[in-house]
Each structure stands twice: as structure tokens, then as C-alpha cells.
Design a binder for this molecule. Structure first.
Ligand code: BYC
Length: 340
């Protein structure tokens, strides 16, 4: 349904911004030149390699935000585990939510290789300084929302994340390969759950349509602001972190999703959505960017609730962390004694 292929071509604008500016510090010139050569040759930068501070900072920003999105993303769906309509759906949902937790862990680990501790990242999240995806600040009102999150939210995530498998930073790229394989299952289970509901009663079909109406525009905003208002894009693409621009990914997602909506029998809630023969793409209506920025800046319907839930989970889990540390200390002491 969504390609697992990693040979997705770079966005048109990527080739124009490949060269990395040389460092102004003469001491760094040789290392910078080597870094530039690796980037220009589409090679990988590894944790022990020299990298410009701005590259490191950009990666920590993006990877930690991504990790936070995964673990906050567990909450809207976790809300439905105890109310899943059958044992089969419950088992699938538990596995999916658990996968999201795992994605968070791979990503925190990847960010740690850049010299940022997990405690620092959690502190940024819990104090409200860190961002996470806007999409998770909306409520899941009905069971159909769980299917729509799989179909559309995970669908949008895959579209964004497949190119990240070729990101220039090795640990991030490698983490994304496994994440994308799992996201693909998530997207399919969502579509299949919705397909089942669409073959059910008129009430079930209406529930699916209502969920699609509420989530569609929010999913389009997930790809980030329009390219012209995206301050990080040019540099991110120059460094081979981002491969395809926000607008190009959004367009790819729309073009891929329209035929899926037809198969499902739902209407996408955009009267301006139509195929443009000349462009070879679908035209679409205006995204509400004021709403997007309000949500990103803390004013979405669920921002406070999501953060409070994460902080509570962190505080409630303190004894587990303490016990694990005490156990590790004891094991270390025993190993030292045995070695002596
Ligand atoms: N929500 O210059 P831009 C998932 C921020 S997990 C909130 O274009 P960039 C899933 C952006 O951070 C989904 N903030 O930035 C999990 C920047 O602010 P800062 C998460 C957003 O980095 C569980 C500012 O706006 N996926 O799918 O070049 C269950 C300007 O933007 C958003 C990832 O994180 C947003 N939607 O591009 C199911 C993928 N969009 O940092 C599903 C990795 C933008 O300057 N991340 N902002 O203060 C990326 O690919 C890129 O970081 C983005 C943004 C495309 C998101």
C-alpha cells in the first residue's frame, strides 16, 4: 500500500542545496572538508566522526522530537486498549502501541549517540520545552479514530519516514529502517479495521466518515509548515537529513491516499480536492496554519492532558528506575568480587 522501497528519489529542490558551506574556523577546515565530501557523496556520518556543531544540534532537535512523538503518540490509541471491540482488535492495538514505545527507544538511543542524555531529553519534554508531533494533541473520540490513526497518521508518518532511512546520520537512518517496517503494519491494520467497519452498519460507516473528517486536515499539517515558512528545511536538505521537502511529501501523501479513500468508500473533506492533469497531482484546499501553530505552541485540545500523562508516568515509574539501578549496581559489585 505504501512503498517499502528506499530508492525514493530526492525532492527536486534537494539537488540544488547539496553543497555544505565550509567552516569559518581554519582549525576545522580539513575536518569540515572531509564531512562535506561524505555528505556530497551521500555517505554516512557516524557518532565518532567529526561533525559541525550545527549538524549535531539539528539532529538532536529532530531525533528527540521524533522520539517524543512516538511515546506521546502511544496515548491517544492507548486510550482505546480497554475498549477495543474484540480480542483480535485488542491484541493488534496492544502490539501497535508497544511498537510505538519501541520506536521511541530506538530514537532516544540514536539521539544519545550525539552526546545528549536521555534525562536531558525527558526533561525538555516534561518541562514543555520540547516539541512533538502536533497530531497527538487531538482526542480519539470513537473506535473509528483508532483505524483512522493507523490509515492516515501512520500513513503520513511512513511517507515522511521512508526518506529518513537514507538520512546522512547512520544511527538515525538505521533506526528508521525498522521503524518503517513496523509502521507499514500499523498502516495496514488501520485500513483493514476501517474496511471492516465500512462493510458493517450505516452507523459504523458514519463513524468512519466522521473520524476521517476530523483527522484529514490535521494529517496534512503533520508534514510541517509550507516550504516557504520552514526555517529548517534548506539546511536539513543540504545535510542529507531531510531528503524531500514538507510540501512535496504532503503532495505525495495526498496523491497516494485519494485512491485508497475511494476503495474504502469515504469522502475526503476537501471540496477543492481534484486531479490536476497538467501538474500530474491532486490540487487541494487551504490548510489552517493558524490552528497548526496554536497546537504546536501548546494550545491544542489535548496538549495539557498529554504532557500531564507523560509527567505522571515518569514520576510513577521512579521506583522502577531506582530498582533497576540498584540491581545493576549489585550485579556490578558481584562481578567485581568474582573477578578479584
Ligand atoms: N508538529 O522548519 P520545519 C509518528 C516544527 S511520529 C509539531 O519544517 P523540520 C507516529 C518543527 O519542529 C511523527 N511541530 O522543521 C507515532 C520546527 O520547530 P523547531 C513525528 C512541528 O524539522 C506514533 C518548526 O515547526 N515524525 O508518526 O525541518 C504513532 C518549523 O518546521 C511539526 C517525525 O518527527 C509538527 N507536525 O521539519 C503513530 C519525523 N512540523 O524544531 C505515528 C521526523 C514542524 O525549529 N521529523 N514542526 O522549534 C521530521 O521529518 C521533521 O522534523 C518535520 C519538520 C517534517 C516534522
Amino acid at each position: 500500500m505504501y512503498t517499502q522501497s528506499f530508492n525514493v528519489p530526492d525532492g527536486a529542490s534537494a539537488s540544488a542545496v547539496k553543497a555544505v558551506p565550509a567552516s569559518q574556523d581554519p582549525a576545522d577546515a580539513a575536518r569540515q572538508a572531509h564531512f562535506d565530501t561524505v555528505i556530497d557523496a551521500d555517505g554516512k556520518i557516524e557518532p565518532r566522526d567529526w561533525m559541525p556543531e550545527a549538524y549535531r544540534k539539528t539532529l538532536v532537535r529532530q531525533i528527540s522530537q521524533h522520539a517524543h512523538s512516538e511515546i506521546v503518540g502511544m496515548l491517544p490509541e492507548g486510550n482505546w486498549i480497554s475498549r477495543a471491540p474484540s480480542l483480535k482488535r485488542k491484541a493488534i492495538l496492544v502490539a501497535k502501541v508497544q511498537d510505538e514505545g519501541g520506536h521511541g527507544l530506538y530514537l532516544y538511543s540514536a539521539a544519545e549517540t550525539l552526546g545528549t542524555s536521555r534525562d536531558q531529553m525527558f526533561d525538555a519534554l516534561h518541562s514543555g520545552r520540547a516539541k512533538y508531533s502536533s497530531i497527538f494533541n487531538y482526542p480519539t473520540l470513537t473506535w473509528a479514530d483508532v483505524g483512522v490513526i493507523g490509515w492516515l497518521v501512520d500513513g503520513a508518518a511512513i511517507m515522511n519516514q521512508i526518506p529518513l532511512c537514507r538520512c546522512s546520520y547512520g544511527p538515525y537512518a538505521r533506526a528508521m529502517i525498522r521503524v518503517c517496517k513496523e509502521e507499514s503494519f500499523h498502516q495496514r491494520q488501520g485500513f483493514e479495521a476501517l474496511m471492516t467497519m465500512m462493510q458493517g452498519t450505516a452507523e459504523q460507516r458514519a463513524m468512519v466518515q466522521d473520524a476521517v473528517n476530523r483527522w484529514w486536515w490535521k494529517c496534512l499539517a503533520m508534514f510541517g509548515p509550507p516550504d516557504a515558512d520552514s526555517p529548517n528545511s534548506v539546511q536539513g536538505m543540504r545535510w542529507g537529513i531531510k531528503r524531500i521537502s514538507n510540501d512535496d511529501l504532503r503532495q505525495k501523501f495526498i496523491d497516494a491516499t485519494v485512491p485508497q479513500a475511494e476503495v474504502l468508500g469515504v469522502t475526503l473533506p476537501d471540496p477543492e480536492l481534484r486531479w490536476n492533469e497538467a501538474r500530474g497531482h491532486h490540487d487541494y484546499g487551504q490548510i489552517d496554519w493558524d490552528e497548526f501553530w496554536a497546537v504546536v505552541n501548546g494550545d491544542g485540545p489535548c496538549n495539557k492532558e498529554r504532557l500531564a500523562t507523560r509527567v505522571k508516568a515518569w514520576n510513577d515509574g521512579a521506583w522502577v528506575r531506582e530498582a533497576a539501578l540498584a540491581h545493576a549496581r549489585k550485579q556490578q559489585e558481584r562481578a567485581l568480587k568474582e573477578a578479584a
